[in-house]
Design a protein. Sequence first.
Length: 143
Amino acid sequence: MLMRTDPFRELDRLAQQLMGPGTWSRPSAMAMDAYREGDEYVVAFDLPGVSPEAIDIDVERNMLTVKAERRPTAKSDNVQMELSERPLGVFSRQLVLADTLDTENIKADYDAGVLTLRIPIAERAKPRKIAIGGGSSRKEISG
């Protein structure tokens, strides 16, 4: 379903630190976990501090795209920022889903800063037993 390792992940992290927050044209990557649980795949994205209204999930054919935006918290004029390490801006992740997944029935939940997608395995892709019929009777054709 997914690429198990991303050789460019560390490079992306370093570039994000050097180039600043992600933008809609150049979003930053978001951390995620993906695993199979029974008859579905579960993908969990870390999005702490992002409101559910700022998350966009799209599926087009077999491409799943998750975009989110973390905006700065509202500050009054008398606040002086001493330290700001939490990344702001736009985050995005695209996953190529196998044809064996049911993209019509993806469920999304957002709790405690974690977006969890549950993608069921399509019925046609599940293993099934094939019944063997009893022999067939042959007709003799005489000429």
